[in-house]
Design a binder for this molecule. Sequence first.
Ligand code: PLP
Length: 431
Amino acid sequence: VARHANCRASSPLRRFLAMHTRVPRNENFSKLQGGYLFPQIAQRRREYLEKHPDAALISLGIGDTTQPIPPHICAGLTQGAKKLATKEGYSGYGDGEGLYALRKSIASRLYGDRIRPEEVFVSDGAKCDIARLQMVFGSEVTVAVQDPSYPVYVDTAVMTGQTGRINADTRQYAGIVYMRCDAANDFFPDLSKTPRTDLIFFCSPNNPTGAAATREQLAELVAFARHNGSIIVYDAAYAPFIRDPAVPRSILEIDGALECAIEVNSFSKYAGFTGVRLGWTVVPSALRFADGTPVAKDFGRVMNTAFNGASNIAQQGGMACLDDEGLAEIEQLISYYLENTRILREGMESLGFSVYGGRNAPYIWVRFPGRSSWDVFTEFLEKCQVVTVPGAGFGPAGVEYVRLSAFAPREACQEAVRRIQTAFGGRPADP
Ligand code: PLP
């Protein structure tokens, strides 16, 4: 009765909002925890700015690129747009798998023709491909993730129904194997203690730890997957940050990977395409399900059903990324961020913090033994006006760490280091 009375008293808009349909909610979504990490950080940042409107915040938080798209690559985008205004150059829907010329360029220029163009599926980004791969695998598969890891592997596994509920004490979902990666194991999981799963999500260079797996480590991972008949979903979104010749830029360089691995990749971090949206996934034709069906057959079906091909303008930008001039611009852009990484890494080391990553990756992973990462996040925000990312957002093993991102202007990195050095006066924050 009270509710009814309330309804009568309220505006038509409020009555509309209060109405429920009879459509049941997808139960899997009720298993998801909190908001996605980055909106949560944005909220904390907003709240801080409301209280301190004059604060000059420096964001070393969200791993979004900040530097402009280099000129030659940008010309590819503008020419792609201009072509659409001409009779001869106009194009509408393209192939769901992407422009053949771009697939060919990716295969030759980034994979040295170890793969064929037909094995490359061009997309609107790595995150979207991870979700579409989950659509292919469905709810019956078991999954393993690095702990800590990019939250999208776990969240899409939950949405797809591959997991049970989260355990409030361990912060782990039932049904997911968490492969602990921390300073004690050089940020590479102990595979001898890892149970078999159908899928293994593996990101290298890793977000958030900045660890890049060596050739030997990747060979061990491939041998493990082959032995167990598992599929590795390898996320190489940060591959161009690898400058160490002992660290492969692709898992597909490893013998035997073509029968057990998919590689997800993206122009987002290569060329500042986070807003342009262009990526690709390599599904080798030799990769097969238990019944012999090629995985590429089902992925191709999803790409043509749930996606309609990447933007033709973005794909022209992708073509420009992969010619000689474009590749040189990418190297220059990455060098800029790697120099930021060095500044942040050395700055944090100078304070005696335990610092990891940041050599073949744009992320620095800093450990605060005995402390909660959200507390450290708050301390950096309040004492230095520097926004970081609390490691707990990437998995339970991240609870004592924060991530600093080098995707920031040079001066911002220098100023952040100055502020942190001033605030912490030459010694680590006390536990
Ligand atoms: N994979 C990893 C590991 C990432 O860190 C990110 C973005 O931060 C993505 C994928 C998303 O890439 P895209 O912009 O291509 O969707």
